[in-house]
Design a protein around this ligand. Structure first.
Ligand SMILES: N[C@@H](CCC(=O)N[C@@H](CS)C(=O)NCC(=O)O)C(=O)O
Ligand SMILES: [Fe+2]
Length: 235
């Protein structure tokens, strides 16, 4: 299997390329990086069959529609997002095939109500979006966020994966790239195993983060899988 971790510096977003037997999937592509991603996919001799969203992003616009236009890929999002323009709407337990491999869909709400994580068939790696970040987690103060839901998602849907499972987040703001179930159970300061739900809720209620700078553009654009962004950029 081919695996690449790609980065968008302005939004600190990770995009993941997975491919097997010539068929490629991109998780959380960024609009401004679509040409970079398409060039890499072409150079590796791959066919992009799916772009997958972990959630409706508040800080950047997805490259899903632009990549669909460029490469003919299909778009997968969570059903609960109610986003328009997708080709497949995932629910917990769904599976997505590429080459001879499978990604399993886990519903991991809490950062947003429609957040999904994608787990590789052998549970060697999982893509957690903004549910679990490295030594952190996604904020829970908009888009149907809930610290109670996020606590349950991480404890029941992520920490139940094997300890050695590598966890690839949707963002990192400090330069870290990957973690593992074992590491986060031990060292996550918000909800590592010693932390109670009450401690977690208190922490999340007191983050006092500024709203993402692009939220007013990104959320509406992402609710149509980035189609509006494509129209704006092509005029
Ligand atoms: N400064 C960033 C904020 C980005 C932000 O709020 N990111 C969300 C994910 S979409 C988050 O959960 N951040 C967690 C954190 O910053 O601790 C921006 O303006 O875009
Ligand atoms: Fe997010």
């Amino acid at each position: 299997m081919i695996f690449r971790q790609l980065f968008d510096p302005p939004s600190s977003t990770y995009t993941y390329l997975l491919a097997d037997s010539g068929e490629a999937v991109l998780i959380d592509p960024v609009f401004e990086q679509a040409r970079r991603d398409a060039a890499l996919i072409r150079e590796l001799g791959l066919r992009l069959i799916w772009t997958l969203e972990t959630h409706i992003h508040a800080d950047h616009v997805t490259g899903g529609s632009l990549l669909k236009q460029m490469l003919g890929s299909r778009i997968g999002v969570g059903k609960i997002t109610a986003a328009s323009g997708a080709d497949r709407y995932f629910q917990h337990g769904d599976e997505l095939n590429f080459g001879g491999r499978v990604l399993q869909v886990r519903a991991t709400p809490g950062h947003t109500s429609g957040c999904l994580s994608y787990v590789l068939d052998d549970q060697s790696m999982a893509f957690t979006g903004d549910c679990l970040l490295i030594r952190g987690c996604g904020r829970t103060d908009f888009q149907g966020g809930s610290s109670a839901q996020l606590y349950r998602s991480i404890r029941e849907k992520i920490f139940t994966l094997p300890d050695a499972c590598l966890l690839y987040p949707g963002h990192d703001y400090r330069g870290l790239t990957v973690t593992s179930v074992r590491e986060e159970k031990s060292y996550n300061p918000r909800l590592g195993l010693p932390k109670t739900e009450a401690e977690f809720a208190h922490c999340m209620a007191n983050l006092n983060l500024a709203y993402p700078k692009k939220i007013d553009v990104a959320v509406p654009a992402n609710l149509s899988c980035g189609r509006e962004a494509r129209q704006e950029s092509s005029t």
